[in-house]
Design a protein around this ligand. Structure first.
Ligand SMILES: NC(=O)c1ccc[n+]([C@@H]2O[C@H](COP(=O)([O-])OP(=O)(O)OC[C@H]3O[C@@H](n4cnc5c(N)ncnc54)[C@H](O)[C@@H]3O)[C@@H](O)[C@H]2O)c1
Length: 388
């Protein structure tokens, strides 16, 4: 597929505006479409501000910035997409609305064009099924903020033509992205493997072992994570984070490993959404005093190791079920959510047997299915093998 194909991005919100920026920077003519003209105005002025800042910082000359901005055209309605070889959909996360859009698109697009969805939680098969040309439909899952986070999960459905998969992997590389190949299963790689970072941390809080500040401190200090789980949930928004957890739980046929928490559900019900509402696990008023952690090293290490073991188990299980290769699972977590290390490499470093021991202790204590060791992690531990 040529590097300079015409690209349409549909939905000019958080993700669509970012994806349009990436494609325009890579030299493509981009049509950014939204059904709401004020969303388009916001995207346009945000692009102008971003490029003014990038010029100030010396990342681009003024001529280059103007050229990139000139690559983006803003439109209401689908009429202008008919020359595009790639359409990336980033509209509202609703299956009926996405299906309707995809079936409209295939009527006006050239027969060899690719229609991609940036969905976080819907199956690509369910979106593709609305099209006659379902072999041209694929998932391209970018991470927020899309221009800054390099990962793109490339997700073929059962119906996708393999040539399109190769084309999209190659194209994402030309956009400066790091593509990983993921199976069309709930949460793909990142949103599945990351669940324990939030879920196990909340569980530790619910058991009364530590408060939010102490758990955040433990994961940053002993794990090297840039943000603690509660800081991160406040940044993402508790409503968004809770919805992802609930969706993954339901889509996995209510597997106890992904069970959402009452703590976060109540936060959402109380509209304690995090930074965007001024209060979540922490308070964000300018004069608010920040809660101090209990800096007890033994407790801190215990907290880190428990969350680490559950993360490693989840990454191992994704490998066991062939969701992605071991290399891609590790790349996904370091490039999509900035983890300090790939989880499987981290398992090798601290030892798969250590993770197994921690989880089996929890299993004995609570008797819950949540603490189920992945067969591949158990095997690595028993045979004293490593993932890499
Ligand atoms: N926000 C994230 O962190 C994130 C990360 C990865 C993937 N995603 C996925 O990306 C998609 C978009 O998410 P977002 O956060 O950018 O949403 P958003 O609400 O910021 O933007 C969605 C935009 O789509 C427009 N829209 C809705 N229906 C439309 C239609 N039929 N035709 C044209 N425009 C329409 C809306 O007016 C809005 O401007 C969702 O599928 C979401 O799951 C979001």
């Amino acid at each position: 597929m040529s590097e300079k194909i015409g690209v349409a991005v549909i939905g000019s919100g958080t993700m669509g505006a970012g994806i349009a920026q990436i494609a325009a920077t890579a030299g493509h003519k981009v049509i950014l479409i939204d059904s709401n003209d004020s969303a388009l105005d916001i995207a346009k002025s945000s692009h102008e501000k971003i490029f003014a800042r990038l010029v100030e910082k010396g990342k681009f000359s003024e001529t280059q910035a103007n050229e990139i901005l000139g690559n983006i055209n803003y439109h209401i309605g689908l009429n202008e997409v008919c020359d595009c070889s790639l359409v990336i959909e980033a509209i509202v996360e609703n299956i009926e609305i996405k299906q309707k859009l995809f079936s409209e698109l295939e009527l006006i697009l050239p027969k060899n064009s690719v229609i991609a969805s940036n969905t976080s939680s819907l199956s690509i098969a369910s979106i593709a099924a609305s099209c006659d040309f379902s072999d041209r439909v694929i998932g391209l899952h970018f991470f927020n903020p899309a221009p800054l986070l390099p990962l793109v999960e490339v997700v073929p459905s059962l119906l996708t033509n393999p040539i399109i998969v190769d084309d999209m992997v190659a194209l994402m590389k030309t956009w400066g992205k790091i593509p990983v190949l993921a199976k069309d299963t709930p949460g793909f790689i990142v949103n599945r493997v990351a669940r324990p970072f939030y879920g196990e941390s909340i569980r530790i809080y619910e058991e009364g072992l530590a408060d939010f500040a102490t758990i955040d401190w433990a994961l940053k200090t002993f794990g090297g994570f840039r943000m603690g789980p509660f800081e991160l949930m406040d940044l993402i928004g508790n409503d968004i984070n809770y919805t992802v957890t609930e969706t993954v739980f339901k889509e996995f046929y209510y597997d106890a490993r992904y069970k959402p928490s009452f703590t976060q559900k109540r936060m959402v019900e109380a509209k304690l959404l995090g930074r965007k509402s001024g209060k979540g696990y922490y308070t964000y008023a300018a004069d608010a005093e920040r809660e101090m952690p209990v800096e007890n090293e033994e407790l801190g290490r215990q907290i880190f190791e428990r969350v680490w073991a559950m993360l490693v188990n989840e990454a191992a299980d994704a490998l066991f079920w062939n969701i992605a290769s071991k290399e891609d699972i590790d790349l996904a977590m370091t490039k999509g959510v900035n983890y300090p290390k790939g989880l499987l490499a981290w398992a090798d470093e601290l030892g798969p047997d250590k993770a197994v021991e921690i989880i089996e202790k929890l299993r004995n204590k609570f008797g819950e299915e949540r603490y189920r060791v992945s067969p591949i992690l158990k095997q690595k531990s028993q045979l004293q093998e490593r993932f890499f």
